[in-house]
Design a protein around this ligand. Sequence first.
Ligand code: G5P
Ligand code: MG
Length: 227
Amino acid sequence: MSMLRPLRLLLLGAPGSGKGTQTSKLLKLFPHIHSLSSGDVLRSQISQGTKISKTASKYIKEGKLVPDDVMVGLISSHFKQHNWLNSETSWLLDGFPRTANQAVELDNWLSETQNNINLVVELDVDQKVILDRIEARWVHIPSGRVYSLDYNPPKAPFKDDVTGEPLSKRDDDTAAVFQRRLDLYNKLLGPLKDFYSKKGVLHTVSGNTSDIIFPKLESLIKDKFQK
Ligand code: G5P
Ligand code: MG
């Protein structure tokens, strides 16, 4: 097990580019890192039927973004609840911030504690490759664990490896909605990258499989953060 200087990592990447996949690979290597996927947070709110669940599920099903104020509220309360604002904790964000507005808000609340994002990695995967993945994706909603019938199939068909509970399809993994999510990502990426590139923390790793990307991500982190 490797130890790192406090890492505050944001994974940027198109829908299906493998943010969730890279997150679980990283956590195996660096178990002390905490991770948060904004999509998992939303899906868990929906399955629990909380007060934002109706709004959230409407936007998600249409492949649109949940409004910034709702997202900022959810994510900032996670930071407070889990005491992520101290100087020791390493964390990784997947899917938030996704708009320049969200990036500014996050930056504001983190600046107060001087624990700002210190690495942003864009996962650059050919979008033709991504489209093929979505049909094969099955998820375990309560944990956020992600499977692929081709790439990382569950041990027992359509069952979660850890709990044995049934896997499901995501509401927004239909061809039409997925295309809308991709288009939206392409539209919002420029301003987000500009924001982090000005801060000098932006890197891009390219590759058409997660196994090609992972070693590149790993060495970026080790070069900058290994004690
Ligand atoms: P999410 O949940 O953030 P997306 O669209 O950003 O959703 P997604 O779809 O979860 O991203 P991913 O995490 O990047 O994709 O990809 P993944 O799940 O790891 O991999 C995709 C599939 O490919 C899996 O089945 C995996 O096993 C397989 N795979 C991985 N690598 C390989 C490989 O090398 N080869 C092969 N063959 N397969 C592979 O957001 C969902 C919605 O929530 C709302 C929005 O409505 C959004 O659309 N939302 C927000 N709204 C506003 N602001 C925010 N910040 C929001 N965050 C979420
Ligand atoms: Mg994901």
